[in-house]
Design a protein around this ligand. Structure first.
Ligand code: OGA
Ligand code: MN
Length: 196
């Protein structure tokens, strides 16, 4: 947790491998795929409210996670993010109030073009927290998170491998990022801590 807090203090973002233990990641991956298999996911939209689907921008599909989801692995994820929320609120004055989170499945070929996470019409999303659920992912599998450390969205970008258990967190309004096309099914739990 200290790595995350110092990363946020120094730069406003952090990449932390093994935020979740491999067995927890495996349980979440199985649950994600089980729910996906039931056809519960829907094509992701862009924008808030009754989002419309813009397939030129993103081609993943998502399923929202309810905060009181009873599945044990989901409870642990919610618990881990709650600990993160409290630590961040203790050290910074972000006033993070709640997490909204969804499973995301990127089928082969899916992508999410360069964007910021904060909506124009809703500025409550404050801190993004993505946890990957992939097994043995390598650069050759594509689906890298391309991240621009300079808030201008220009200059050199980092390419982050979406390895299972890795947490990527950043201030939602500042950092441009993009998901490069995945070469095989790519799974994540994507969350946003919101202020009131
Ligand atoms: C998002 C997003 C990045 C990722 O869902 O807004 O940018 O690596 N996801 O899955
Ligand atoms: Mn995003």
């Amino acid at each position: 947790m200290n790595i995350v807090l110092s990363g946020l203090a120094d730069k406003g973002w952090c990449v932390l491998p093994d935020f979740l233990a491999p067995d927890r990641v495996a349980a979440l991956r199985e649950e994600c795929l089980a729910r996906h298999g039931k056809g519960n996911f829907h094509a992701a939209g862009v924008g808030s409210g009754r989002a419309h689907v813009v397939s030129e921008v993103r081609s993943d599909s998502i399923l929202w996670v309810e905060p009181d989801d009873p599945h044990p692995a989901v409870r642990e994820y919610v618990g881990a993010t709650e600990a993160l929320r409290q630590a961040v609120n203790r050290d910074f004055f972000l006033g993070l109030h709640e997490l909204e989170a969804h499973f995301a499945v990127y089928p082969q070929g899916a992508f999410y073009k360069k964007h910021l996470d904060r909506f124009r019409d809703d500025d409550r999303r404050t801190l993004t927290a993505i946890v990957y659920l992939n097994e043995a992912w390598t650069e050759a599998d594509g689906g890298l998170l391309r991240f621009w450390p300079d808030p201008s969205g220009e200059g050199e970008a980092l390419d982050i491998v979406p390895a299972g258990g890795t947490l990527v967190t950043f201030l939602s309004e500042l950092y441009w990022h993009e998901v490069l096309p995945a070469q095989r099914t790519r799974l994540a739990l994507t969350g946003w801590f919101k202020r009131r």
